[in-house]
Design a protein around this ligand. Structure first.
Ligand code: 0RA
Length: 649
């Protein structure tokens, strides 16, 4: 169902209606984002969102989703059931009224709640309605239980192939909607639904909708075995349970603080729990959409936190007159929180619609959260003191880090006179023609020094070891010898002293192995450049080298390939020939000639130019790598090491 509040007018002709669904089939991306796996899962989400809307209206407490062996999907709820009966305005081509059920299922943006108020899931990114799912399904069947009767209608590619039929009777209290659809394989590349992807989102929906049960059943047969997977989500505590779940492997300082309050039509819900760690995990939702880019609700939440903790610390004498106020960041170390707002007219900003824009929400959230937090602190003195103590610690650490950083920046500005000993500089002094390769490891550095064109290519080898950043903080990294060597070699200074005019090379190229350590080091370097030499990136001077993954040799020739796909393609082409495949695990395995041929020679190589977005992403990942819980970090590095070639650091 779409979220449009407008009822279709008399002027809407059937031709337009058909065109509507045709438009969805012609340009599915515009309606569901894409036709890859993401879009496919979106279909299920769209139907489930409609059922969750019923739950938000208080009319439904159970949703069951089934993946059938043929990859069709059933979504069943015990809501009110989609209305059945002649639609007041919508006519069929012969002039007779169309059934409301058919209107909901076949007219784009027409499925709304017919003026019935209540909050609606601002469905995913698109919110196009179940009619779009219908249009993109080879077939779809909907069954409605309402007023003691059971109705059914079937469609193919969005068009009805049966009328709305009365197919049976049931008890009047037995109401709900069951939708089964098979996504159209001429539109979707694959119907491979991922149990985990669906489960993840349903878990989130169940957390966000207290009292709602969502069950997911997988009846597909994989490798001849019916795995019969099944999972059920129900959380009595709503988002308080969500916070407990997020903290289940952490040491917590107190039970979740929970508040729920309606102000001027906005329902504000927050759950807050501090841990003894340093990581901040705050998730903000608006109408069940995860607003990853934050927005007014998150701003209101943060200011409540900062204000109340400062006020409390002052009033209890924990912050003295001479002390500075806590910054926002200081109040969020070790904080786990979920913020959820629901409103009738959410406004989303930004391309991804992941940022809430309603101005009024800021003050509403701030007042609700401030009141609840202040009351909690007053009633729980010993917990309150622990939280304030954390703020004090983090405020001191921040100040110490700032001083250390300033010192290093000042020092490196002075030291930048002498070039580092390990640098194999180029002979050309014209900085518009030269390049520097920052190379991981001494052995690869050796190959690069021999393989390069020394007229315009400089090599700076880095010892991998110092860049074992596992524990290091960024201010420490800045004082490492390796990073100092980079700063002096580039000649630009760093941080507030950075000056692009000093740059000694036109291209600065990061060259690391295509493995876990390489990806780790690259993340660190990108983070460093992003935070301390941003203009270098902005002006397009930073690059990432692309060494090959494999060398493939036949009797008469050899080839280098840079991706797994390229390898597959080439092997197909060489079918029948005898081939030897060498996999390069590291740069060190290439001899100087090979390195020149594949990675250094401007005639053959590809360099990836680093954008600010790439570097910002690396910066976020760096923070994550620095987090405390080891298992997720390990998992993260492993999964991402595979993607090294996409710059997906
Ligand atoms: C329109 C109006 C009403 C409910 C629905 C649609 C509805 C749609 C879906 C889709 C899946 N499950 C659904 N359940 C309900 C309100 C009906 C009323 O006021 O009785």
């Amino acid at each position: 169902m779409a979220r449009s509040q407008t009822t279709p007018s008399y002027e809407v002709t059937d031709i337009q209606v058909l065109e509507g669904l045709e438009a969805v089939r012609r340009r599915p991306g515009m309606y569901i984002g894409s036709t890859d796996s993401r879009g496919l899962h979106h279909l299920v989400q769209e139907v489930v969102d409609n059922s969750v809307d019923e739950a938000l209206a208080g009319a439904c407490d159970r949703i069951e989703v089934t993946i059938h062996p043929d990859s069709s999907i059933t979504v069943q709820d015990n809501g009110r059931g989609i209305p059945v009966g002649p639609h007041p305005t919508q006519k069929k081509p012969d002039g007779s009224p169309m059934d409301t059920l058919e209107v909901v299922m076949t007219i784009l943006h027409a499925g709304g709640k017919f003026g019935g108020g209540g909050y609606k899931v601002a469905s995913g990114l698109h919110g196009v309605g179940v009619s779009a799912v219908n249009a993109l399904s080879e077939w779809l069947e909907v069954e409605v239980r309402r007023d003691g009767k059971v109705y059914r209608q079937r469609y193919q590619r969005g068009k009805p192939v049966t009328p709305v039929e009365l197919i049976g009777r049931t008890r009047p209290e037995d109401t709900g909607t069951r939708t089964t659809f098979l996504a159209d394989q001429t539109i979707f590349k694959s119907l491979d639904y991922k149990f985990e992807t669906l489960a993840q989102r349903f878990r989130e929906m169940a957390f966000l909708t207290r009292g709602l049960t969502i069950r997911l059943v997988d009846l597909r047969v994989i490798k001849g075995e019916p795995p019969w997977r099944e999972t059920t989500f129900y959380f009595e505590g709503g988002i308080a349970s969500f916070v407990r779940y997020l903290n289940k492997n952490r040491e917590v300082l107190h039970p979740p603080i929970y508040v729920e309050k309606q102000v001027n039509g906005t329902l504000v819900e927050a759950a807050i729990q501090y841990t003894d760690g340093y990581a901040e995990s705050v998730f903000a939702f608006a109408n069940n959409i995860n607003t990853v880019d934050g927005g007014t609700h998150l701003t209101g939440f943060r200011s409540a936190l900062t204000r109340v903790l400062n006020d409390y610390a002052r009033s209890k004498g924990l912050l003295k007159e001479k002390d500075l106020n806590f910054s926002g960041e200081d109040t969020r170390q070790g904080l786990t929180a979920v913020l959820s707002v629901k409103m009738t007219d959410p406004q989303f900003e930004s391309q991804t619609k992941a940022k809430l824009g309603n101005a009024e929400v800021r003050g509403q959230v701030e007042s609700v959260v401030a009141e609840a937090l202040a009351a909690f602190l007053e009633e729980n003195g010993s917990v309150a003191r622990k939280i304030v103590q954390k703020c004090i610690t983090s405020s001191r650490a921040r100040e110490a880090a700032r001083q250390a950083r300033d010192l290093v920046i000042r020092k490196s500005a002075l030291e930048s006179m002498t070039l580092p000993g390990k640098l194999a500089d180029c002979s050309d002094r014209d900085p518009t023609k030269t390049e520097i390769f920052i190379v991981e490891g001494d052995s690869a550095g050796g190959s690069a020094k021999q393989g390069r064109d020394r007229r315009f290519q400089a090599i700076l080898p880095l010892r991998g070891k110092i860049l074992n950043v596992e524990k290091a903080r960024l201010d420490k990294i800045l004082s490492s010898n390796e990073i100092k060597a980079i700063i002096t070699a580039l000649g630009t200074g760093v941080g507030s002293q950075f000056n692009l005019e000093g740059l000694r090379y036109n291209r600065v190229v990061i060259m690391t192995d295509a493995d876990v350590d390489g990806s780790h080091i690259r993340t660190l370097l990108l983070t460093f450049f992003y935070r301390y030499m941003e203009p270098l990136i902005e002006n397009g001077h930073l690059f990432i080298a692309q060494p090959p993954l494999y060398r493939i040799e036949t009797g008469k020739s050899h080839h280098y390939v840079y991706t797994e796909e390229q390898k597959e393609q080439l092997l197909k082409k060489l079918k029948g020939e005898k081939v030897a495949i060498q996999r390069y695990k590291g740069l060190g395995e290439m001899n100087p000639e090979q390195l020149w041929e594949t990675t250094l020679n401007p005639e053959n190589r590809t360099l990836l130019q680093v954008t600010i977005e790439d570097a910002a992403a690396a910066d976020r990942i760096f923070d994550m790598l620095m987090g405390e819980s080891v298992p997720p970090r390990r998992r993260f590095i492993q999964t991402h090491a595979k993607n090294v070639r996409n710059l997906d650091v």
